[in-house]
Design a protein around this ligand. Sequence first.
Ligand SMILES: [Zn+2]
Ligand SMILES: [Zn+2]
Length: 338
Amino acid sequence: MRIACAAFAMMLVPFSALAQNVKITPIGSHPGELCANDRAMIFEDPTGVRFLYDTGPTVTGGNDPRLGTIHLVLLTHMHGDHVGNLKLKAPGEGTCANSARVPAPNSTTAEVVEAKNAVLVTTRAMADFVHNKVAAIRGSGGKPMDFCSSLTVNVPAPAACSSRIDLGGVFTAKAEGATQGVEFTTVYSAHVNDVAPALLTKAQQDLLKADGAQLVYGPPVGFVVKFSNGLVAYLSSDTAVFGDMKLVIHDFHKANLAVINLGTNPGLLQSGAYAINDLLQPASVIFTHVNEAATEGGKLRANSQTAALMKQIKAPAHLAISERAMEFDGKGKCVAGC
Ligand SMILES: [Zn+2]
Ligand SMILES: [Zn+2]
């Protein structure tokens, strides 16, 4: 009898634990690999709230079948590889170092927001840009997209709308019937926010060209996302190392999972070990935005820059392998798919 009870208890534990995990699925250019242009990731809270973090150039458009239900779209900044001035021709096309992409004149962000009737979470300056692009997709007579009426929304939302927040602002999305929502805070990103010129009108492009200027849409942002199971994810976006990674992200928000963009320009390939080990101190790390073919046959390439950095990281570090779902518990530990 005691054995039967123990067996029954063991059956219950993994089931309830599973239901409490946050599922993270990268949507990259090549299934089973971590490739140079990969940015987009889908997060799913145990309550069912699903959001896309930076659509970028590795979705095939708003109707990419890999996306499924998307309640919210997060946008960190206006660089083409984030707002999405290009879209993927097809998964697996081109090489892992240089995936086959075609122009997306309305941005992949606007395409996904419009196709999914999603809530856009970003700053007001960037939201207004996306509102215009959604209007362009809808055409004349289409209903204009606007800011949401409150800072807490129930998802699925009745119509696409944007968070009315700026740096430091907090926005909450709640699934129907859930007692707790998923909370998004925009945080500092030590980066720049000039828009990809191809997304601007010809007249604006000419104006800028005449003065050798770039158009900046206010500050870029990263995100801290608090999930209903206790997981607190820091989504770095492109950023240099900065002191508030310790004071704000670690000490105040207590992020236990760090999703880190690598790449050479913002510099975390060089400063990443200090940023992660000393400042952020998360329970786990996920690397994306690697700007190189980091894997081959699904395995980390030993001579890659990503591999060199991973060796220096104290916490378990995972790669954002395209179309592989990882599951994290409330303490930031990967419990499946890593
Ligand atoms: Zn950037
Ligand atoms: Zn980037």
